[in-house]
Structure formats: C-alpha cells, structure tokens
Design a protein. Structure first.
Length: 356
C-alpha cells in the first residue's frame, strides 16, 4: 500500500516498505519511522493533525506524535487491519479488520486491550466516524454500508444499500455534515443521506466495454477540507476525476487531472492542493494547485515546492510497485457449472437404463 497524509508542515508517505517517510515542508528535513513488518498496511491522521496512526502487515499498531514524531504507543492487534480512524477528540483510535470486526484503543495507553465495538459477517474495507462522534460508518465486501451509533455500535441506525460490488471507499463531506460519499468495485461513486439510508445520486465513473467485462473499481476518494470537492481515482485509469458536491448531494463533474500512470493514492491538504502518488519513476509524487482564473488544475513544479523536491526519488517508492492493491481479488466469482452438471446427469441416466 502506498498513501500520503498531509499534516500542518509535513506530509507522511507510506512507501510500500516498512518505513514511514516524513518530509517537513519548511525545513526540508526528512525522517524515516519504522512501523514494523514488511510494509505499512494502514495510515491515518487525527482530525486535529496532532496524531498519526499506522498499522503494519504484521499487525503492529503504532501511535505517533505528529510534531516530534515520537512513538507514543505500540501494540499488536489480533487480526489484520484494513482501516483506521481517530475519534474527533483523539481519545481513541478505531481499527477495522479482515474478519469484519472493529475495536477501539485508548491512544493515551496502548497497553490496554481494545474494546469490541461491532462486527460484520464480511471483510471490512473502509470506515469513518462523524465529527460529532455520534455515528460510526463501516463498509464491507458484501456491498453493505452500515451506520451504527457510537460508542454503542450494537445499535444500528440504518444501512446504505445500492452498490453491487464491494465498497472500499468512504469519506464524509466536510462542508455538508449529513452527506456520505462512497466508492465501490462496481465503478460508481454514490452520495448518501447516511442518517436515513437514502441514496442521493450515483455517478458511473467506470463503465465496462461489454456485458462480459466488469467495471474498473474505484480505488481512492479524497475530500477537500477547504471546498466541497472530491477527487476520485479509478483502477487502471490515468484520469483523476474531480467532482463538486452540491448541497442536495448531486455531483458535478469539473476539470479532471490526467496523469502519466494510474494513481496509487490521493489527498487534499488545507491549502487546496491535490497530492497524488503514482507509479512514475521520474516523479512518483505530484502536486496540483487549483487556478481560479483558468478554472483548471495546474501541476506544481518540483522546484516550487520543497516537499516535492525532496520526495521525488524513485528509491523512496520502488517497493510500492509490487504492492499495488488488486481490487479484482475482492470480486465475487460467478461459477457457471450447469453444462458440466447436465453432462454428468446424462451419464448417470445412461448408466441407470443400461444404455451404452
């Protein structure tokens, strides 16, 4: 997994290896933090920007102070983690795993065992918590989005149903608190009134060329904290689609960003810059800035940004080239065995009647 997480003066990059790459935009200082295991499986920062959480493929969960980059706590989690998020007050970090369970851990004392919050019958792929800490929203491989009360998550408020494949992307709109945006293996991005489980709009970002083909999966969705805008990455696509979110939940397609290779991850920072990691040996990290005059996204030159100048070295990201997420493995396999069944049935009937 490769991802970027913009903070105040820094950006944290999970580069496909065991280390987290931290680059300070003011001092050009670079740090590497060992997160344990072979690679960082999950990465998230708190709402306040003061904490960062990582979990490796070897199930080592760590909490980092985002100013000093001191590890505040380490513990092993029972199952492989697929998603992390902090509560609004930074008191807890929540971990969703492959078995469909969510546990909460006290950030101030990671030695304490986690508390079980909820369970799905399928692998969890995405999770968000609302800023008022009233709702915990989880998505799984079986197309379901579940809205639970927090912290008593055994109380299910509603479900958001409509996707036809696994749901691997969830994000809340910063400007409209009742809106949820989801992305799925069915190639659609959908907006929801999540408190009532109402589908507001469906945007088909990827359409198959024929009936026998599957739509390419939505691989990443990033929401801007500055404007009601989302960026959408599609599996095997060179285009990052940009949508403006309207108050009624509709999505208006605006100026897209075209890359040289398909993106690994997307993130907006507080200055309305769009950061993109992709498999490009020359510039694995690119930054685009919105130009109001031209109404278009303009790529920022490496020499104009200290972080870009430092991080754009392929040696930092070469381990990520063989760890790209394979969303196709999450699709349900449809097996048509009717022909072989009828053949075997015919053979049994012949044997029964004594017909050679």
């Amino acid at each position: 997994m490769t991802s970027c997480c913009p903070l105040f003066d820094c950006i944290a990059f999970a580069t496909g290896g065991p280390d987290l790459l931290i680059i300070n935009g003011r001092s050009d200082e670079t740090k590497r933090l060992n997160c344990g295991g072979e690679f960082v499986a999950c990465l998230t920062c708190s709402y306040s920007g003061k904490l960062l959480a990582t979990c490796s493929n070897s199930k080592v969960l760590k909490i980092w102070d985002a100013s000093s980059w001191i590890c505040l706590g380490t513990r092993e989690v029972p199952k492989s983690v697929t998603a992390l998020c902090f509560t609004q007050d930074d008191t807890y970090v929540l971990a969703a795993d492959k078995t469909g369970d969510v546990h909460s851990y006290l950030t101030a004392d990671m030695s304490k065992d986690g508390s079980f919050l909820l369970g799905h019958l399928s692998m969890l792929l995405a999770m968000v918590i609302t800023r008022d800490q009233k709702y915990l929203i989880t998505a799984d491989r079986d197309e379901k989005i579940r809205v639970s009360l927090f912290p008593n998550a055994y109380n299910i408020e509603t479900y958001c149903l409509g996707h036809t494949e696994f749901v691997n992307c969830l994000t809340l709109c910063y400007q409209y608190e009742d809106l949820l945006i989801s992305g799925s293996g069915d190639g659609t991005v959908r907006s929801w009134d999540f408190k009532h489980g109402i589908l507001l709009t469906t945007e088909h970002c990827s359409k198959p060329d024929s009936k026998d083909q599957k739509s390419n999966s939505i691989s990443c969705i990033a929401a801007s904290p500055v404007k009601p805008v989302i960026a959408v990455a599609i599996e095997s696509s060179l285009t990052v689609m940009i949508y403006e979110i309207r108050p009624n939940g509709s999505l208006l397609s605006t100026c897209n960003v075209v890359l040289e290779t398909s993106p690994w991850s997307l993130a907006f920072d507080s200055s309305y810059h769009l950061w993109i990691c992709h498999a490009n040996e020359t510039n694995p990290v690119v930054c685009h800035s919105w130009m109001e005059i031209n109404s278009s996204w303009i790529r920022v030159a490496n020499t104009d940004n200290a972080i870009l100048e430092v991080c754009n070295k392929w040696d930092n990201f070469k381990d990520a080239s063989h760890r790209e997420a394979k969303w196709s493995s999450l699709r349900k396999q449809q097996i048509d065995n009717m022909e072989s069944y009828l053949t075997r049935k015919g053979e049994r009937l012949k044997a029964t009647k004594g017909i050679k």
